[in-house]
Design a protein around this ligand. Structure first.
Ligand code: SF4
Ligand code: SF4
Length: 425
């Protein structure tokens, strides 16, 4: 049995590393999808055909979590893996295994639900009080090669400070952020309450040593339980591995299963994500092409001579080359906009879709956030801070592209222009 567990641990660590390298922003994409959905629903302009690419990661992960449990958190989330690595380092450096008292731990876990509720409130009302506060954005900018320290320490200073505090907390408390602060974790926790994969503990053979409890990454008290129904459980199998009597088991639909099945479930999720993403990317590319064509047609119609020739085309109809279509950024008028938050998409690097939300307050563009992007993180991060700050200061979607990140810049500009077309009165 011991051999099986250690093989399982090796596979689990490998899955975490693969996910960290290949899907470092999946938890952000998934949360941004939920944000876009809430904003679109609250604004009454939810167009699911347009939202689908942005919603895909959220739908996949929340559905999988609802059925099987939080395998994503246990095996795939880059931020969770960061927490694990930092805690391991803390253990080696300080040799302290600090455990927050159970009562305090239970109370602190409510913070993430309150945070989620507050974030939903800001999305619905459009108040940008937390702009620049995201530790996830700081994490994203520091993950680029080379790390974008300028963006992290000037544009999102508060987010970077929070990230550092989270790292310090993770040195001493295992999965510090996941337990107490992660708003996506709050969603997963609620979604997984009816999951079919659970940890079961036979009470008859239990020596009451509490080894399982003291090894639980999420601070769940396992002693009084015969089955873990808690949404806090991330299916990490640490308790299963720790019990000297092999008293804990993974149970799927009430049948005992090998811990290795947990890794297989996580690996299947990675595969499913990639397979689904291929279809979604193709769909997004065709959708985006339609949006650009329609926008260009509208622009042509607005500038063209009203005289129509006998063959039904205008005399001044322009020929738009493929290249200029790909990098065109339809400028939006700076005339009055209706307050609210709008979602728009544009074409970024290699024809991938960039989706952003644009917040209008007092008729002015006050905030621009990324919902999703297929761009290379390095170029996108570089383009985003410059392009969005120019757009906000000029109140115009057509600004200077960042040299060396032209396609990413154009993707952002056209996505903002698309969002602004919905904001026009
Ligand atoms: S709780 Fe949040 S940060 Fe932790 S693993 Fe889950 S999604 Fe990632
Ligand atoms: S109960 Fe077991 S599987 Fe669930 S989080 Fe705790 S240690 Fe991991």
């Amino acid at each position: 049995m011991k051999k099986k567990i250690s093989a399982f641990k090796i596979i689990k660590t490998a899955l975490q590393l693969i996910s960290f390298l290949l899907l470092p922003g999946l938890f952000i994409d998934s949360f941004n999808g939920i944000k876009a959905l809430v904003q679109a629903l609250s604004a009454g302009n939810a167009d699911f055909a347009v939202l689908l690419p942005a919603l895909f990661p959220s739908v996949l992960l929340v559905l999988a979590t609802a059925i099987f449990g939080r395998f994503f958190c246990g095996y795939m989330c880059a931020f969770g893996t960061l927490g694990d690595a930092v805690h391991l380092l803390g253990n080696k450096l300080f040799k302290i295994k600090y455990r927050i008292p159970e009562k305090a731990d239970r109370k602190l876990k409510w913070i993430k639900y309150l945070l989620l509720a507050f974030l939903v409130f800001t999305w619905i009302t459009g108040i940008g009080v937390l702009s620049g506060w995201s530790p996830w954005d700081a994490f994203g900018s520091l993950l680029t090669l080379p790390p974008d320290f300028t963006y992290a320490f000037t544009s999102i200073t508060v987010g970077t400070i929070l990230l550092l505090l989270i790292v310090i907390g993770s040195l001493f408390v295992e999965r510090f952020f996941c337990r107490y602060l992660c708003p996506m974790g709050a969603i997963f926790s609620l979604a997984s309450l009816l999951k079919i994969a659970k940890i079961k503990k036979a009470k008859t053979n239990c020596g009451s040593c509490q080894i399982c409890t003291s090894n639980c990454k999420m601070g769940i008290s396992l002693n009084p339980r015969s089955v873990v129904n808690s949404g806090e459980c991330i299916e990490c199998m640490e308790c299963v591995a720790a019990c000297p009597r092999n008293n804990l088991k993974l149970s799927v639909a009430s049948k005992d299963a090998a811990p290795l099945l947990a890794s297989i479930a996580a690996a299947s999720m990675i595969g499913l994500y990639y397979a689904g993403n291929l279809g979604v990317s193709a769909y997004a590319a065709s959708l985006n092409q339609t949006v650009i064509s329609e926008t260009l047609s509208e622009a042509d119609a607005a500038t063209a001579s009203p005289e129509i020739s006998s063959d039904g085309t205008t005399d001044t109809q322009q020929t738009v080359s493929e290249e200029s279509t790909a990098v065109s950024t339809p400028a939006a008028s700076t005339s009055a906009y209706t307050d609210g938050t709008y979602t728009g998409s544009g074409t970024g690097f290699h024809g991938g879709t960039t989706t952003v939300t644009v917040t209008i307050s007092g008729g002015q563009i006050t905030d621009i956030q990324t919902v999703s992007t297929r761009d290379d993180n390095k170029y996108y991060t570089r383009a985003f801070s410059s392009v969005t700050s120019q757009i906000i200061s000029s109140q115009d979607s057509s600004v200077d592209a960042v040299s060396g990140a032209t396609f990413s810049s154009n993707g952002i500009m056209s996505a903002v222009a698309d969002a602004l077309t919905q904001a026009k009165e």
